[in-house]
Design a protein around this ligand. Structure first.
Ligand code: NAI
Ligand code: MG
Length: 495
């Protein structure tokens, strides 16, 4: 009988280091059924229809979400337009106070919101607790600080609000994307109609209670829920002065077509296929951590995920061995468990898409590597996956997989790395790992990506503008640039 093959995980840990379950136990306070948030009140949808929000963790129903139709969306716009009259005239310092209040209330309830986010979306509690919630609060704090300083954003010119803005956000960072959208819009004096994604509406609807507790004037923020049709009603409403969208490139294109010639301002933050480039002079163990974080953070449901590893050919074998050793130690499973590194895939649709793209990789001749890990029986899960033997023509090297799947390509010279990194319709982010500062600067100036991280990855800050090139979209979120996308510039009176 052949000897049992020892896995990397067993070599490192044996069975001794299996942790006991450590589920986060704070209550998420999820209501069995929600209303739309319009004019400062929770209202039943005129459509009279609801849909279920289920937890990808175990496939169980969490709550019933109202399905907003065109009449509901119209009611939200009417409320926002009427609130705009006084909100836009409020002194910046007063608007700032509301934003500070929202930020603090979010901090107060961050544990509850983190659990709700993890239950509804499937991301590990470690991430919702340590990343999504603190960052969402940070965006409100940051923009609260700007509200009374808008005169200093563009010297010699003043910022005027646009009106009602329509915002549609995705399911990968539900509350954080809501914060990215709402905070700059309110700081600059606009009012909002926002639609969260259909698989992750719960934290947005819980957020409505924070707005009420903060005493935000009715109609300044309105939250409508539903799927693509509701989203289309939000972006196409005649009262929308600006549309801000984060999601797939496919829907981004539909929106851009629909808005052409309407005079509405538009910002799009779409997909990506980022190259994370490792040179032979890089600190390899740190780079391994960066690559792991770059692709497995939030199960790879990240527009700026480092989904293509470009590694210099002379260290490729060594690097792959280190990477596989590290991947074998990732804990995949219950997102509510505090020890979990890779949680649940957001939806069955997304799991199906990942499986299909992974199969295409195998069919097109790439070599697949997966650690032996036990996935939970119920819910939607996918093992961390690495592909070698990847060629540039394969789908897994070109299409956004939006899952825990890394495609590895090699290069010999910096020139070749740049060529391969830029050989994509996208241009959202990139990573460079090297010991040489000069190489970092050279690469950063030649990589066509909105963000280039050097010797780190996935670092975010509200003061740092984020956005893409090419099919990754246009417009920036965060920093002064983000404010400018929510305002029109006027020449100041010279007195
Ligand atoms: P999606 O683009 O359909 O969904 C994003 C948001 O747009 C959701 O709120 C959705 O309800 C809304 N929406 C859908 N159709 C719309 C329309 N015609 N008009 C206005 N709003 C509309 O993305 P989906 O289908 O959930 O995911 C498909 C793929 O898109 C993913 O596998 C991933 O590759 C990519 N994606 C990228 C994101 C990013 O952050 N760049 C976020 C979400 C998805
Ligand atoms: Mg879709």
């Amino acid at each position: 009988m052949p000897a049992k093959k020892t896995t990397a995980r067993e070599l490192l840990f044996g069975d001794l280091w299996e942790f006991d379950p450590a589920p986060e136990s704070a209550p998420a306070h999820i209501e069995p059924r929600y209303g739309l948030y319009i004019g400062g009140k929770s209202v039943a949808p005129k459509s009279k229809k609801y849909f279920d929000s289920i937890s990808p963790r175990d496939g169980k129903k969490l709550s019933e979400i109202p399905l907003a139709n065109a009449a509901d969306v119209d009611a939200a716009y009417q409320a926002a337009a009427s609130a705009f009259k006084s909100w836009s005239k409020l002194p910046g310092a007063e608007r700032g106070k509301y934003l500070f209040r929202i930020a603090r209330l979010l901090q107060d309830r961050s544990r509850e919101f983190a659990v709700a986010e993890t239950l509804d979306g499937g991301k590990p509690i470690r991430e919702s607790r340590d990343f999504d919630l603190p960052m969402a609060a940070a965006h409100f704090f940051y923009h609260a600080g700007w509200a009374d300083k808008l005169a200093y954003v563009a010297p010699g010119r003043s910022l005027a609000p646009l009106g009602v803005v329509g915002q549609v956000i995705p399911w990968n960072f539900p509350l954080l994307m809501l914060a990215w959208k709402i905070a700059p819009a309110l700081a600059t004096g606009n009012t909002v109609v926002i639609k969260p994604a259909e698989t992750t509406s719960i934290t947005a609807l819980k957020f409505a209670s924070i707005l009420t507790d903060a005493g935000l004037p009715p109609g300044v923020v309105n939250i409508v829920t539903g799927a693509g049709e509701t989203g289309a009603a939000v972006v196409n409403h005649p009262l929308a002065a600006k549309v801000a969208f984060t999601g797939s490139t496919e829907v981004g294109k539909i929106i851009q077509r629909a808005l052409a010639g309407t005079g509405k301002k538009l910002t799009l933050e779409l997909g990506g296929k980022a190259a994370n480039i490792v040179f032979d002079d890089a600190p390899l163990d740190q780079a391994v951590e960066g690559i792991i974080n770059g692709i497995f953070f939030n199960q790879g449901h990240v527009c700026c995920a480092g989904s293509r590893l470009l590694v210099q050919e002379n260290i490729a074998a060594d690097f792959l061995a280190r990477l596989k050793r590290r991947i074998a130690t990732l804990r995949v499973g219950d997102p509510l468990d505090k020890n979990t590194d890779v949680g649940a895939i957001n939806s069955i649709e997304q799991l199906t898409k990942i499986r299909e793209l992974v199969q295409s990789g195998i069919d097109e001749g790439a070599e697949i590597h997966q650690p032996t890990c036990k996935l939970p029986k119920n819910g939607f899960y996918f093992a961390p996956t690495v592909f070698t033997n990847v060629s540039q023509s394969q789908r897994i090297a070109n299409e956004e997989i939006f899952g825990p799947v890394l495609s590895i390509l090699t290069f010999r010279t910096p020139e070749e790395a740049i060529e391969k990194a830029n050989n994509t319709p996208f241009g959202l982010s990139a990573g460079v790992w090297t010991d040489k500062g000069s190489k970092i600067l050279m690469m950063a100036s030649r990589l066509k990506a909105g963000v280039v991280w050097a010797n780190t990855y996935h670092k975010f800050d509200p003061s740092s503008p984020f956005g893409g090139y090419k099919e990754s979209g246009f417009g920036r979120e965060g920093g002064k640039h983000g404010l400018l996308d929510y305002a029109s510039l006027k020449t100041q009176d010279s007195r």
